[in-house]
Design a protein around this ligand. Structure first.
Ligand code: HEM
Ligand code: HEM
Ligand SMILES: [Fe+2]
Length: 455
């Protein structure tokens, strides 16, 4: 760690761990409800659990992105954070707004639009909070002594993510218009600007972990940004097939969204190629696991499983079923959860001065979460395909079908238990790292650079 002010990243990462743990609790509540054991229903009905599960996910990922930016931007721009104190205020405000929203869901205070359930008054606070973050990062980039492609892409991704929160707040009482704007947020986030954030963080990690030249890594970054915009913007059309929007979206959405996996394929090839080229001799091997794992699993979850239901001919049957949940889990896990866990695994030794890489718990966390999530994806997938056949081909009633599917959720619970054991191992390692300290040397890839450059 070069600058004392980067320490704030630790607190964002600790927040991630707390929110992630809570997210999993709601996951289990829903999985048991699906399996026929909805015992908590009077206190936590399914809709409250689902809104909490989804919003906690988005919150911990955003906290992770912010922490990553507070860590990476000073390093890339070679100057301390512009307003370190503001970063702490902004974190506390973020947590207060988030926790208020989650409590609100349990008292039916919500907007009922998947992923954008946060009530409107809290939306304004989210906007102010994120603006403070963007200004802090923007000023650090602006005043820094270096402007790298990596930091520009990361900053632009964060700025656009903030701007794209706004379409979800456009007032309308027309359901089609409401759905239309909702996708500007949800789709253009995960299949647009969040990919820039991902590209920026991955480029930073790959430069540091593989020792490959910055020029080579950043050239790839341009290609990926290009593919993302080319396909992702009009790819929004894959959500406009059946919501009351004009028919031309069937063509536009089908064609452009079918191109989207290319950006994720590019990322997978990029990660694997750079890891091979740079040799694998950075001491923090497990951080490279998470980084390359993120490149590969995002292709599986977003690229491959997204493609599986993106054509209108297929989506006509799978729309809004558990097939969507199958893809949603693996895509969010591979692309964004693994990304946040990768930057945490890389930054923690530098933030705390302890080199706990390659401990058995760190290795167990990587493999059991990934195997567990793959098994969860399979369970959702089988349940989803069964649902499509029974409900949409055989014409059975929705609730009768749900009863037929209960058994698949026993499988889901088993897989989720394995996954959760890995998350517990990750958190255990996180706690063992202890508190952040100032001024810690960066472990460099052996054989790639002779010595740590003097700060
Ligand atoms: C203990 C682990 C978990 C369990 C048991 C679990 C279970 C569930 C269940 C039962 C649903 C509701 C499906 C429905 O709508 O009927 C759901 C939704 C969702 N979960 Fe999880 N989950 C877990 C962890 C995660 C993780 C780690 C992520 C992200 C990385 C995630 C992302 C999502 C998303 C995005 C949705 C909404 C899916 C959709 O739009 O259809 N979950 N989860
Ligand atoms: C990291 C990137 C991605 C993430 C995190 C992600 C996550 C999700 C989630 C959570 C949903 C459910 C949203 C909702 O109903 O509100 C969804 C829907 C969908 N995704 Fe993705 N996705 C990603 C990339 C992709 C890609 C690249 C494709 C296509 C190639 C794709 C195709 C779809 C389609 C067609 C739906 C609509 C499903 C339906 O009709 O119910 N996704 N995605
Ligand atoms: Fe989409």
């Amino acid at each position: 760690m070069k600058y004392e002010s980067q320490k704030v990243a630790y607190w964002f990462f600790a927040t991630c761990m707390l929110l992630l743990s809570l997210q999993l609790v709601y996951g289990f509540i829903m999985a048991f409800a699906h399996a026929g054991y909805d015992v908590l229903h009077p206190w936590v009905p399914f809709n409250a659990a689902r809104a909490s599960h989804n919003n906690l996910l988005v919150m911990w990922l955003l906290a992770g992105f912010m922490g990553a930016a507070y860590y990476i931007i000073p390093d890339e721009c070679e100057r301390p954070l512009y307003w370190p104190k503001l970063a702490y205020v902004q974190l506390i405000a973020f947590v207060i707004v988030g926790v208020t929203a989650i409590i609100g869901f349990h008292f039916n205070w919500w907007e009922g639009r998947k992923f954008l359930e946060i009530p409107r008054p809290l939306d304004y606070l989210v906007v102010v909070d994120v603006l403070l973050f963007v200004v802090n990062i923007g000023m650090t980039v602006w005043k820094g002594s270096k402007m790298t492609t990596t930091s520009i892409v990361l900053f632009f991704g964060l700025l656009m993510a903030a701007v794209l929160y706004l379409p979800g707040m456009i007032p309308t009482d027309h359901q089609t218009h409401d759905a239309f704007w909702r996708w500007w947020v949800v789709h253009l986030w995960v299949e647009g600007v969040w990919e820039l954030i991902m590209g920026g963080i991955l480029a930073y990690l790959l430069i540091r972990l593989t020792g490959v030249d910055r020029e080579i890594v950043e050239k790839w970054l341009y290609v990926i940004v290009g593919f993302t915009f080319l396909s992702g913007i009009l790819g929004t059309g894959h959500h406009y097939y059946f919501i009351g929007t004009p028919n031309y979206w069937l063509w536009i959405g089908g064609i452009f969204s079918a191109l989207e996996p290319l950006a994720f394929l590019g990322m997978a090839i990029y990660g694997l190629a750079l890891a091979r080229k740079g040799g694998r001799n950075h001491p923090n091997r497990i951080a490279l696991f998470w980084t390359v794992g993120c490149c590969v699993m995002s292709f599986v979850g977003a690229g491959f499983l997204g493609m599986a239901h993106t054509l209108p001919q297929v989506n006509l049957y799978t729309h809004g079923t558990l097939v969507t949940a199958m893809h949603g889990h693996m895509a969010f896990w591979g692309a964004y959860a693994m990304l946040v866990l990768a930057i945490m695994t890389y930054a923690l030794p530098q933030l705390t001065g302890r080199k706990l890489f390659d401990t058995p718990s760190a290795i167990y966390a990587f493999w059991s979460t990934n195997i567990g999530m793959t098994a969860m994806t399979v369970a959702f997938g089988i349940a989803g395909v069964a649902q499509v056949y029974l409900e949409r081909r055989a014409g059975m009633e929705f609730l009768d079908v749900q009863r037929e599917l209960q058994v698949h959720f026993i499988g889901l619970i088993l897989a989720a238990t394995l996954f959760t054991s890995g998350i517990i191992a990750f958190i255990y390692n996180f706690i063992r790292y202890g508190w952040p300290v100032g001024d810690v040397e960066e472990p460099v890839p052996t054989g790639l650079r002779a010595a740590v450059p003097a700060e």
